[in-house]
Design a binder for this molecule. Structure first.
Ligand code: N01
Length: 546
């Protein structure tokens, strides 16, 4: 807070640098938005980035085992055929370092760096109604102004370190997975405690266990996971991908989740028990998120979902040798897929190692952190290193921490006090000319992210192009359109099993005090895309242009 006030005070003295569009964040979204506005529309645009390099999520999440859950040939930009053809992925799922290299390559290839300001965090953004200008201030006190402000801050970039009493007393080292040290962490000879068993914890535990003296995993909610079956890409596969790019892309943009595979048309109950088990077994052996796509009703019919859930529970019990540990790991309290399903490399197998212990903190919650470890109601665990794989203040957190103020002094935190309200996840009533790439109310976090990002950036770019052609300078979502969209987002979620996961970050449940609202649009990316296109074709229905 003091840092913010000092920066605001310093900024009064310096003149603002004015451009035509300001973009916050240099990840997948910000890089493509800069390229689109600058190189397609000829606008003077600038990206502001807190980190000292590009990459967004893939800059920060350097924790052991960090890897994408979408297949490499789909987890990339499709806007440039040349880019697609010159970049070669090495593995089925790209690791953090490879994706970061890819995004650095994109920044160089499209000559983006000259318009990116690194190492300076945006601390406030304020709309000047009379001038139709966004004024942005950074932590170093620099000021910028532009008619358009576009956020590309990601959905999972605001680290959530839970408020457990005593952390300040801990004498060992502690880390959050989303803000991992660049030089890495040496676990050799260390007793490590990991809190959290989401996608991150499920990836990090096997890698930490491989070098630590001992790893204690503190599990609050048991989680599903499907084997990733990661492997180097074969030459045959690479050739296949390069010969079928258009078909692959067509599938990605016409399915609900943006992945390069279709959801099967059959229902879980349409096949015999024996056939169903064989289908699940084959999907388990192939690995990855495709497991969720073997029947079309897994996300909408609880009985269908139970068949997948039971299959996975049986797998966990088969893999994990100690029956008590197996019971804790398979004691799942939510339907499969209602939290983003992790994929893993030997997660459940890790609990067969002699140097790994699972602690159930649902039945015996953490009381406090002591100077030497973690104390629960019934035990004390001595630790040298504490790893928080505790997720993020997701979707709204990265936007709220920008301290955005719209028309009439309306602060975003007040506008969203009861939960986020947007029109199409793209705009907020009362905040003209502000676009939120992958904002709440869009399907983004339920999808393969780059596909959603490209759709949003293309829509925003086209909108600004049309505004310029028609001499319009301002666009603002109406309150009515936002209300209607929130109702539609709620209806879409209720038509699925998604709201049944009580501890999901989709609902904001992992952050204390956060309003419990299902934030993403669950009606499917292909329907959402059609809706956004229809809105544009109807002259930006639901927006006021002036
Ligand atoms: O975070 P999470 P994440 N005390 O929120 C626990 C993407 N991602 O970083 O479930 C004790 O899912 C919490 O327990 P509970 C992906 O979209 C992708 O793992 O709230 N425990 C949970 O176990 C993913 O969904 C990839 O009861 C506490 C864990 O911490 C998203 O990022 C890889 C606690 C948090 O799980 C977030 O995943 C990694 C507390 N006070 C991430 N607070 C890939 O592409 C929280 N927990 C593969």
């Amino acid at each position: 807070m003091a840092e913010n006030i000092a920066a605001e005070a310093r900024s009064v003295a310096g003149a603002a640098e004015q451009v035509e569009a300001l973009i916050i964040g240099a990840g997948f979204a910000g890089l493509y938005q800069l390229h689109s506005l600058r190189d397609r529309l000829g606008m003077k645009a600038l990206v502001l980035e807190a980190a000292d390099g590009v990459g967004g999520t893939w800059y920060w999440n350097r924790y052991p085992g960090a890897r994408c859950d979408s297949e490499s040939h789909s987890y990339c930009y499709y806007f440039s055929r040349e880019l697609l053809e010159e970049w070669e992925w090495s593995e089925r799922y790209p690791g953090q370092e490879e994706i970061r290299h890819y995004l650095n390559h994109v920044a160089d290839r499209f000559d983006l760096r000259q318009d990116i300001r690194l190492s300076d965090r945006v601390i406030s953004a304020r709309f000047d109604d009379a001038a139709t200008l966004w004024h942005v201030t950074t932590a170093s006190g620099k000021r910028y102004a532009a008619p358009f402000l576009i956020t590309g801050v990601g959905c999972l970039s605001s680290a959530n370190v839970p408020d457990i009493p005593g952390l300040e007393d801990f004498k060992g080292d502690w880390y959050h997975t989303g803000e991992w040290p660049h030089e890495g962490v040496d676990f050799h000879g260390k007793r490590v405690g990991q809190i959290g068993t989401g996608s991150t914890g499920i990836q990090s535990a096997p890698v930490i266990a491989a070098s630590a003296e001992h790893l204690t995993v503190f599990q609050r909610t048991a989680n599903y996971s499907i084997p990733a079956r990661n492997a180097p890409l074969t030459e045959d596969f690479k050739r296949h991908i390069s010969e079928h790019r258009d078909e692959i892309h067509e599938i990605m943009v016409s399915t609900p989740n943006g992945h390069p595979f279709r959801i099967e048309e059959r229902l879980a109950a349409s096949v015999s028990e024996e056939e169903r088990q064989a289908i699940y077994e084959e999907a388990w052996q192939k690995g990855g998120l495709r497991f969720r796509a073997v029947f079309k009703d897994l996300m909408v019919d609880k009985a269908a979902n139970d068949t997948a859930s039971d299959f996975i529970k049986a797998k966990i019990r088969e893999i994990v040798k100690d029956p008590k540990t197996a019971e804790l790991l398979s004691n799942l309290d939510h339907p499969f897929g209602t939290k983003r399903p992790p994929i893993d490399s030997n997660y459940f197998e890790t609990f067969n190692r002699d140097n790994v212990t699972l602690v159930d903190i649902k039945s015996d919650p953490i009381k406090r952190i002591t100077d030497t470890g973690i104390e629960t109601g019934h035990a004390h665990y001595d630790l040298d290193i504490l790893v928080f794989a505790t997720g993020f203040d997701a979707i709204t957190g990265p936007l709220l921490r920008l301290n955005i103020t719209g028309k009439n002094g309306l602060a975003l935190k007040d506008a969203w006090a009861a939960g986020p309200k947007t029109y199409l996840g793209l705009q907020i009533a009362g905040f003209p000319n502000l676009f939120t790439i992958t904002g709440p109310g869009s399907p983004s976090v339920l999808t393969n992210m780059p596909v959603s990002i490209e759709q949003h950036v293309d829509w925003i770019t086209d909108c600004i192009r049309q505004m310029r052609q028609k001499g319009r300078t301002r666009i603002e979502a109406t309150e009515q359109a936002a209300e209607t969209w929130v109702a539609e987002t709620n209806r879409a979620a209720e038509a699925t099993l998604l709201p049944l996961a009580n501890s999901s970050w989709y609902l904001g449940a992992n952050v204390s005090g956060k309003p419990r609202v299902f934030m993403p649009y669950a009606g499917g990316l292909q329907h959402y895309r059609a809706r956004c296109d229809a809105v544009a074709e109807a002259g930006y229905e639901g927006f006021v242009l002036s």
